[in-house]
Write a new protein. Structure first.
Length: 75
């Protein structure tokens, strides 16, 4: 309760980077849409395990699964 923000903080600009795109379907990190095609990356391994090879189930197939069906705006 006794804490005071530093002077610079009062004038600081604050920004948030946020994206909500089809790559959020697998919930496996930023840059999923890119890294799912990069052999050896964590997202590539996740892609293989969850959906199969990206040549058969790629980004465009993720797009078809991106819906608001279970969206909860309170989270």
């Amino acid at each position: 309760m006794q804490y005071e923000a530093p002077e610079w903080y009062r004038d600081a600009k604050f920004g948030i980077w946020c994206h909500w795109t089809p790559q959020c379907v697998p919930e496996a990190g930023d840059w999923y849409a890119r890294n799912m095609y990069m052999e050896g990356s964590d997202q590539y391994k996740y892609q293989l395990a969850q959906y199969g090879h990206p040549s058969r189930f790629g980004y465009k197939e993720l797009c078809a699964q991106w819906t608001l069906l279970n969206w909860d705006r309170t989270n």
